[in-house]
Structures are given as structure tokens and as C-alpha cells.
Design a protein around this ligand. Structure first.
Ligand SMILES: C[S@@+](CC[C@H](N)C(=O)[O-])C[C@H]1O[C@@H](n2cnc3c(N)ncnc32)[C@H](O)[C@@H]1O
Length: 474
């Protein structure tokens, strides 16, 4: 990086990209002439005016962002340098890849220049009382010098680059979810012409991201994954993530994974004790099942998506809990009426806690009808009834009431006074994810009344190929 001490810059100036060697030479010769103090210069309010030519760029040209800028600086004796930098940490320049301390132009080993942020410091009076006091105590003169340095693409933040490139006045939000090495974006229509540039910027500015994908459809698929397009980087969709100390691997293009659920996974797993039994009806790649098994629970985990099922098994092995987790590749209702029904009679007579986790928020409440009359052939036993944690989205004004009403309807039993509702997260404007927790009523499990017993078997949802699926928000 070229760094040159300027002669006189009465105001903060932004220079266009240095195009010729001649300009370079003239700057270098200016450097040899040394700094000139410019006390109380008129400073422009915004330091970094990125070159207007970059506006509308759709393919990233990093060179176009190069410019020379001038920043204020203090000349500081080397003996007190560290202390001064520490005292001025709110006023020094803070940019990726830019130094805060540079060699004094006079090459004197007794002094260094401390570079200041022109947004904060425009004259000696800009220093706070505490900073000014510190400078006095270290006998540092508060006169401002000016230092020229080259600002490149590498020194810019992603928002700055995107703000300069995308049409003025439009939202440049560059937020993404991180899934291992993959940045997962959800670009708006006006950002799509710039999608590859945005992908490249996100990859360049975020260490460890080597692949950027964009959600290309909001079709609500059975398997809750979504169709995506690679915007930048390698097309490797097999991610490795760590959540609450547990490692998971999976093909992100074929299964459901949401990094925003880690707190919820932890909350529920903390309710599970060693020796408990967990039925995970919509297990995905295992973020409830595997940590529960690690705490010493015995788990029956199910997922209809063959890819989730495969990665679930893989993750059980990866985390060495395969002896504690039995895996199934069934529709949720078939799982409840098959493996769960087989296990329940013995468990209801036992002492171990029994949990049923149902995280398919778009539909899980509807699956509660599978419990109606599930054990009607068994003798009622009420000592150790299972605790159900069932998730749902709600767009209602009162989501708590809404989800309890829907759960009650599906169970054919009023839950109003015997459940708790937990707000998980806001998924979209006016759309919340909730969790209803309740003890499965004996009236539901052992009911013989034909009106309230299990509804007729429904065909399993049509399976889609991994490439055809698409998700939504959860
Ligand atoms: C929202 S994800 C939750 C996954 C995981 N429990 C988690 O918290 O990340 C729902 C899962 O249910 C699975 N699924 C969808 N429909 C199903 C069904 N009818 N029966 C069983 N699993 C189903 C999907 O493949 C997906 O893995």
C-alpha cells in the first residue's frame, strides 16, 4: 500500500483512482517534502466518497474502488506511543487492513504518526476532555498533521461497497445466515441484477465463507428445504456446523437447517434428563435428538426426507450416540401410530420422563390428531403421561391463544388451562413461531369414542426429489 505524507491539504480530499505512474511519482515526491500543519481545516462531513463510477457495477472490479484519501494525524513521541494509542482508541482510524500508526515522514525513530478518524476528529477541539487531558499529560502537541493513504477495496466494509454499487436510495441490506462455510442469502428483487457481485463481496469480507447461495423460491416444500442458486464460490453444499457444542454435517441443499433455532434446541434439550425417552417426530438431521442422547436420554428420531434420515444417522455416528438413537424414515403420523405406539404402554408404567418433540411449524399441530385413541386398546394408565412440545407458526393478533385453540381442535380436547406457550422467534413480519407444551391427556390417548378416535390413515405426502424442493421461512 502506498502511504505518503502530504504537503498541504486544507480540507479532507478524496482523490480518484491513481491511473498513471506520473501521478504516483508526484505523490512520492510530495512525500519527500514532509508534512505541513494545517490547523483547523474545513473538513468534509463524509470521509469516504467512493468513486461514482462504481454505481451500477454488476461484475466486481476491485481496482475501481481504489482512491487516495487524506486523514488527520498526531505526531507522537515513540516513548508514549502505546499509551497515546490506548487513550485515543475512540478517535483513531479503524478500518480493515489500515494501520493506525505509521512512520513519521521525517523517518525519525523518535516519532510516529497516529492516524485519526476524520469522522470524529476535524480539529484539535474535536478531542474529548479525557483525550485532551491524556495528550497533555504525555506532552503530545494537539496540532493536526495530514496523511495521505490509499484506500482499496480491501479496506472497505461490505455495506460500503454495496451502498456505492447498488441504486441509490434502495435497501442494500446484505444480511445472511451462516451455515458452516455457506452464506445463505435471501435477496430482494431489486438486488438480483447485482447478485453475483453481492455474493463475491460477502465472500471476500467474511472469513471462512467460501460459498454464497441465494434462496430462489419460497415454495413450501414437504421437507422444508429450499431451492438455491450459488452466487459465488465453490459449489460444495456439504456443510459442517457446530451448535451447542455438537457437530453436524449435512448437504444444505437437501435438508432443513436453521442456525436461528439453536437457543430453542437448547431450551428443550435442557428439559430432558438422563434416562428419559424422547420421540422426535420431525427430527431433521438431529439437533434435538443428538444433544438429548448426549445427555443420556434414549431417543427415537424420525424424518420423512430420506436425505435428512441419512444425515441424521451420519450425525449420530459422528457424535457417537448411535447406540442411544433409533432412527426412522416415516411419515410423522406413521411414526406416532407405529414405533411410538409400540413403546408407549410400557413407558407409561415406568418412571422415566417421556418427551415428544414435533418441530414442523407449518403443519405439526395437524399431526396431533394422531394421538386420539392411540392406546384405546390399552388399560388407562395416567402416572407417566408424555410431555409434548409442538411447534406452530401463527399470524394471529394473539398467537398464544391461536396456537392453543388449534392444538385443542386437533387433539379433540381443550388444552386452554393445561398447557404453556413459548414464543420462539419472529419469522417474518406478523408471523411468529410458537411452541405449545402440554401433558398428553389420558382422555385423548385412551379414548374409545369413535367420534374422537384417530382419523383415517392419510397417504404420506408425495416425495419430492432433493433438487425440486424449496423452503420458506422457518
Ligand atoms: C422444520 S424441520 C425441523 C428439523 C429439526 N427438528 C430442527 O429443529 O432443525 C421439519 C422436518 O420435518 C421433516 N418432515 C416434513 N414433513 C414430514 C412428515 N410428514 N413426516 C415426518 N417428517 C417430516 C422435514 O424433512 C424436516 O426435516
Amino acid at each position: 500500500m502506498l502511504r505518503v505524507l502530504s504537503r498541504v491539504f486544507p480540507s479532507v480530499q478524496t482523490h480518484r483512482k491513481i491511473k498513471s505512474a506520473a501521478v504516483l511519482r508526484s505523490l512520492c515526491s510530495a512525500a519527500s517534502q514532509g508534512p505541513v500543519f494545517a490547523v483547523n481545516p474545513i473538513m468534509e462531513p463524509k470521509l469516504y466518497q467512493l468513486p461514482p463510477e462504481v454505481r451500477g457495477m454488476t461484475s466486481l472490479d476491485k481496482e475501481a474502488f481504489k482512491q487516495t484519501i487524506t486523514v488527520p494525524a498526531l505526531r507522537v513521541p515513540t516513548g508514549v506511543l502505546n499509551k497515546v494509542v490506548k487513550s485515543l482508541r475512540k478517535s483513531t482510524i479503524q478500518r480493515p487492513g489500515l494501520p493506525r500508526v505509521v512512520q513519521d515522514k521525517e523517518e525519525s525513530s523518535d516519532f510516529r504518526l497516529v492516524l485519526l478518524d476524520p469522522h470524529r476528529v476535524s480539529s484539535p477541539s474535536s478531542f474529548s476532555e479525557a483525550e485532551a487531558e491524556a495528550l497533555r499529560s504525555f506532552s503530545v502537541t494537539q496540532e493536526l498533521h495530514y496523511y495521505e493513504l490509499q484506500l482499496t477495496y480491501d479496506n472497505l466494509k461490505s455495506e460500503e461497497v454495496l451502498e456505492a454499487v447498488l441504486p441509490q436510495g434502495q435497501d442494500v441490506t446484505s444480511g445472511f445466515s451462516r451455515v458452516g462455510h455457506i452464506a445463505h442469502m435471501n435477496l430482494r428483487d431489486h438486488q438480483l441484477p447485482y447478485k453475483n457481485l453481492i455474493g463475491q463481496v460477502i465472500m471476500d469480507k467474511n472469513r471462512g465463507i467460501t460459498c454464497v447461495v441465494n434462496k430462489t423460491s419460497i415454495i413450501d416444500s414437504t421437507y422444508r428445504n429450499f431451492k438455491m442458486e450459488v452466487l459465488a464460490g465453490e459449489e460444495n453444499m456439504v456443510a459442517k456446523v457446530k451448535e451447542n457444542g455438537v457437530t453436524y454435517e449435512f448437504d444444505f441443499s437437501c435438508v432443513y437447517w436453521n442456525p436461528r433455532l439453536s437457543t430453542e434446541h437448547q431450551r428443550v434439550v435442557q428439559l430432558v434428563k438422563r434416562g428419559d425417552i424422547v420421540f422426535d417426530v420431525f427430527a431433521g438431521v438431529g439437533p434435538f435428538a443428538i444433544p438429548a442422547a448426549r445427555t443420556g436420554a434414549n431417543v427415537l428420531a424420525n424424518d420423512l426426507n430420506p436425505e435428512s434420515y441419512r444425515w441424521l444417522q451420519h450425525n449420530c455416528k459422528l457424535n457417537k450416540v448411535e447406540s442411544r438413537v433409533r432412527t426412522f424414515n416415516l411419515d410423522g403420523r406413521a411414526f406416532i401410530r407405529g414405533p411410538m405406539k409400540d413403546e408407549l404402554p410400557a413407558l407409561l408404567k415406568g418412571k422415566a420422563g417421556v418427551h415428544v418433540v414435533m418441530n414442523l411449524p407449518a403443519m405439526a399441530l395437524e399431526f396431533l390428531d394422531a394421538f386420539r385413541g392411540l392406546l384405546k386398546q390399552e388399560r388407562p394408565c395416567v402416572e407417566n403421561l408424555p410431555t409434548v412440545h409442538c411447534y406452530s407458526f401463527s399470524k394471529a393478533d394473539n398467537p398464544d391463544t391461536d396456537v392453543v385453540q388449534r392444538a385443542s381442535h386437533s387433539l379433540g380436547f381443550p388444552l386452554e388451562k393445561q398447557c404453556s406457550v413459548h414464543f420462539v422467534r419472529n419469522v417474518a413480519p406478523n408471523k411468529d413461531m410458537m411452541c405449545v407444551t402440554f401433558t398428553l391427556p389420558e382422555e385423548v390417548l385412551f379414548r374409545c369414542d369413535p367420534e374422537h378416535t384417530e382419523p383415517p390413515e392419510e397417504p404420506a405426502p408425495k416425495r419430492q426429489k432433493c433438487e425440486e424442493t424449496a423452503d420458506t421461512s422457518s
